[in-house]
Design a protein around this ligand. Structure first.
Ligand code: ADQ
Length: 448
């Protein structure tokens, strides 16, 4: 097997390299047991224009993965990462064209950074390499590498949804972006819908490229083990004591408008309004660490949620009961798994989501003799394989309220039956099968 070259916007920071926590890092580690890998991308550091001028590559090898990183200048970070990737492509791909903050100058910076990535990667490439590029920050990177003469197989995987052409064409560069994807030998997306949308787009612009479905998953064995083992942890015990036997609802999301958090809070509010028997008796913990805090839409969302949590707690709270425990900082993953296991209900209600790994993690974390209930949005990429969850339209507060009541009163027999239907897919489609299948497809593309 030749070397695998992975390119993603962010490369794990040195402190996360020995004990990888993130999905991609874990998947690669297990998929690459025998082979070796070069992982190239942004360090996460910003430097001033002068220092960043030559974009020095920093190289470090940990076990069989060599990490090669570059810093971005402040202007690149702003135009490429904040504005074009997160302020334009992210909302558009999540069907929110109205939130796009479009300026052509940012597209130019985006294109330039992709070309700079290609130039910096080129000297690191070796004969026999296969290149795997990740996500919307790097759509044009494959073409930029081809323009420099790279003949190696190049694959691209999109972690987020891809919108229908009728929406995509709101992007002034839609034609060139889709046409540039002809540089890829394999293009992977999360769901059938995404593949259909992208393939429609290709045909609209006359591109001969083809998207295929490679759904992502988690590492269910290690997650299940972490959930069970962690119960003994002091902090998990503290949470348990604080619940005093009350039913416990959990939500875990980056603070992002795609995750449907205001709509979810509204659903919980309607639930308390319409089902007063649960007042004083349930606890809802929402962990929503702030992300992309410099993008205006995210700041506005934070304010909206702060206000909603305050309103709900003010209206329904009692001197000895708080309806929502709302955290905007992170909780360590080791604790999170056991928190899921303690939770009677998980609320996973994105308005749109590429896949949504929290839904899969929640299922993996359950005690099969007494499992909790997953409430899941029909618009998560995970939805088609998880129909045994309580499915909701995340825009419909009444439906969320009814689902919460149903979940909290569901007999163990039905909870087990639902979990029995959810479990097989979580173990069948994993981070490992995802990475292995994609790498295999890339290998075949080379021999074809
Ligand atoms: P995200 O939008 O980040 O990922 P998701 O799939 O849910 O969404 O993955 C989040 C991961 O971060 C999960 O593993 C979760 O446990 C963890 N996490 C979230 N909040 C946390 C917290 N407070 N503390 C610690 N860990 C936390 C993007 C796409 C998704 C797609 C993934 C993978 O938007 O649709 O499923 O990539 O392709």
């Amino acid at each position: 097997m030749g070397r695998l070259v992975v390119v993603s916007n962010r490369v794990p920071a040195p402190r996360d390299r020995l004990q990888p926590a993130g999905g991609l890092a874990v998947a690669l580690r297990s998929a690459l047991k025998e082979g070796s890998c070069l992982w190239f991308g942004w360090s996460g550091q910003q430097v001033s224009e002068k220092v960043g001028h030559d974009h020095a590559v920093n190289v470090d090898t940990v076990e069989n993965i060599t990490y090669a990183t570059i810093d971005l200048t402040h202007a690149e970070y702003d135009g490429f990462y904040q504005k074009y990737s997160n302020g334009i492509l992210w909302p558009l791909c999540h069907y929110r064209a109205g939130l796009m903050d479009y300026e052509r100058k940012d597209q130019i910076i985006y294109q330039n950074v992709n070309e700079m990535f290609a130039r910096k990667l080129l000297p690191l490439l070796q004969p026999g390499d296969q290149i795997w590029i990740h996500d919307y920050h790097l759509f044009p990177l494959g073409q930029a590498l081809r323009d420099l003469g790279v003949a190696a197989p190049i694959g691209f995987f999109l972690h987020i949804p891809f919108p229908p052409w009728s929406l995509m064409r709101a992007l002034p560069e839609a034609h060139s972006l889709l046409r540039s994807m002809q540089a890829y030998d394999v293009i992977g997306v999360q769901t059938e819908d995404d593949a259909r949308n992208m393939n429609d787009g290709f045909s609209m612009v006359g591109a001969t490229a083809k998207a295929e479905v490679f759904p992502i998953g988690i590492d269910p064995d290690s997650f299940a083990k972490q959930a069970a083992d962690g119960l003994a942890n002091l902090e998990v015990q503290r949470l348990k004591e604080s619940l005093r036997g009350k039913p416990f609802i959990i939500g875990v999301d980056r603070l992002d408008y795609s995750k449907g958090l205001p709509e979810r809070f509204r659903g919980y509010e309607v639930f308390l309004e319409r089902y007063p028997e649960h007042r004083g008796k349930v606890v809802y913990l929402q962990v929503a660490p702030v992300s992309r805090g410099n993008v205006p839409e995210y700041r506005a969302l934070r304010q909206e949620l702060d206000a909603a949590a305050g309103r709900i707690n003010g209206t329904y709270g009692e001197f000895d009961w708080t309806p929502i425990r709302y955290l905007t900082h992170s909780v360590p993953r080791t604790l999170l798994a056991s928190f899921y296991r303690l939770a009677d209900v998980a609320l996973v209600t994105p308005l749109r989501d590429g896949m949504n790994l929290v839904a899969k993690e929640y299922v993996a974390a359950q005690d099969k003799a007494d499992p909790g209930v997953l409430i899941l949005s029909r618009f998560a990429g995970a939805a088609p394989d998880m129909e045994a969850a309580l499915m909701v339209n995340p825009h419909d507060a009444d439906e969320i309220a009814d689902a919460l009541h149903k979940a909290l009163t569901m007999p163990n027999g039905e909870r087990q039956a639902r979990w029995d239907h959810l479990e097989p897919d979580v173990w069948r489609v994993t981070a490992l099968t995802w990475a292995r299948d994609f790498i295999q497809a890339l290998g075949k593309a080379r021999s074809a």
